[in-house]
Design a protein. Structure first.
Length: 448
């Protein structure tokens, strides 16, 4: 039940790279991949780095979850629910790396260590809702729901890329996935405005861990005007541990006081391809397509209650869709003395791995991006803004008695609208090769 409630409000679950430059062109970076964030898009692109480089990326976001025209269908006739708006905002680091190029058989060989926050699972949203008769006059119930979640899924990577020829590069990364998040949900309902009445409540607390590792491989073919890139992110068996506690004063409460599970979860593969076209030194056009097989994200059988159930909807015959993203962007370079000022714009379509159990509609975000940068000598600073929105007919678990029943079927149905605003900031700094070689020689050879 905790997983199902968290899915109704979680609005971002997309495997994609990090970086303000990439975000500025809509995330279409698979065939560009020419800075240190390349490992998160296409590790082959690291082979284009000619100097040691460090990279830092941060993000701030604000989400709005707007529920309109909802009804409660567990009574005849259905009762109307008032509209509600839940907001959430947060700032966090999302990527850091150190890259070191060297030579092997006369060709460029680049090593990199990096960290990426693939999924930020933090949220804190509140809803206060009135349930009224069909005429919308007499309040029947007052509902409140507070959802808090803290945690993330991080990926630590060690990568290498090699330019086999001036046109063909190959890269690979070994990735260690570490996820840790805590989820809390409290749903209240009463006949009088809260909190001045006797209240029925259902409260759930869940602690989850995910751990696993996989390999990514990427290739990049490049020419003066056209680049073609492809990437494969391998599937893996993740160790998933969950501990849930529940409390409720609802008569006939069916929630277990304690539930624990330790499973292997099949984390699905992602593959993608991209094109980058540069008709002129100042212009770049990029296009990306990726597919993640979320329908295959299922618990591996081991003789327990979660066998073969999909991670997102807990069904053996899952409605969870595979996600195919499309991204497009362009960049124009302004030259001002020793500085370069890139101007960027992009657009994208980004489905999420959630299909509503009642309407069958999945979340699909569409949006645009704007970006600007400043590059002078060894320093590059990039800033990007991203806006996305999505609407669907959806169902939600709002009432304490329906949650306490443990049936797992949401009875509140209506129109869900989500607006998501994000701002990204990246710093890339390149060192001279001589200084980096001295540092490596001191660290690995000379010591103290």
């Amino acid at each position: 039940m905790g997983l199902l409630i968290s899915q109704q409000s979680r609005t971002a679950f997309t495997v994609q790279g990090a970086g303000a430059r990439a975000e500025g062109i809509g995330g279409a970076f698979t065939a560009v991949a020419d800075d240190a964030t390349a490992v998160s898009f296409n590790p082959a692109g690291l082979g284009q780095l000619l100097q040691p480089e460090i990279s830092l990326v941060g993000m701030t976001y604000r989400r709005e979850l707007d529920n309109r025209n909802f009804i409660s269908t567990d009574q005849i006739p259905p009762l109307n629910l008032s509209d509600s708006l839940a907001r959430d905002q947060r700032s966090l680091p999302t990527f850091a790396s150190v890259s070191v190029p060297t030579k092997f058989l006369g060709k460029n060989l680049v090593f990199q260590l990096s960290w990426q926050r693939v999924f930020d699972l933090g949220q804190d949203t509140k809803q206060a809702i009135q349930e009224t008769d069909p005429a919308g006059i007499i309040p029947a119930k007052f509902l409140a729901q507070h959802i808090r979640q803290k945690g993330q899924v991080d990926v630590w990577s060690a990568a290498a890329a090699y330019d086999f020829s001036p046109r063909f590069l190959v890269g690979v990364s070994f990735n260690s996935w570490r996820g840790l998040w805590n989820f809390q949900s409290k749903s209240d309902e009463s006949l009088l405005p809260l909190p001045n009445s006797e209240t029925e409540f259902a409260q759930i607390q869940e602690d989850d861990r995910l751990q696993g590792s996989n390999w990514n491989i990427g290739v990049l073919w490049r020419s003066e005007m056209l680049n073609v890139g492809a990437v494969y992110r391998g599937s893996f068996a993740a160790r998933f541990n969950s501990r849930m506690t529940a409390q409720s004063n609802v008569e006939g409460n069916q929630l277990p006081a304690l539930f624990t599970a330790s499973y292997q979860l099949h984390w699905p593969e992602t593959y993608g391809a991209g094109l980058a076209f540069r008709p002129h030194q100042q212009w770049l056009f990029a296009l990306d397509w990726t597919r993640t097989r979320w329908s295959q994200a299922a618990f591996i059988p081991q003789g327990g209650g979660l066998d073969n159930l999909n991670f997102f909807d807990l069904r053996a015959e899952s409605q969870t869709p595979d996600a195919e993203t499309l991204r497009f962007g362009m960049e124009y370079l302004l030259f001002a003395g020793n500085s370069v000022i890139p101007l960027r714009v992009g657009a994208f379509k980004e489905p999420q791995p959630t299909a509503d159990s009642i309407s069958g509609e999945g979340r699909v975000f569409r949006g645009y991006t704007l970006g600007i940068g400043w590059k002078v000598r060894a320093l590059s600073v990039d800033l990007a803004y991203r806006f996305s929105q999505g609407s669907r007919r959806a169902s939600q678990f709002l009432e304490a008695d329906e949650i306490a029943s443990g049936r797992g079927v949401a009875t509140s149905r209506g129109q869900e609208n989500i607006h998501d605003h994000r701002v990204f900031l990246s710093f890339n700094f390149r060192f001279g090769n001589e200084g980096a070689n001295r540092l490596l020689r001191w660290f690995f050879v000379q010591g103290n």
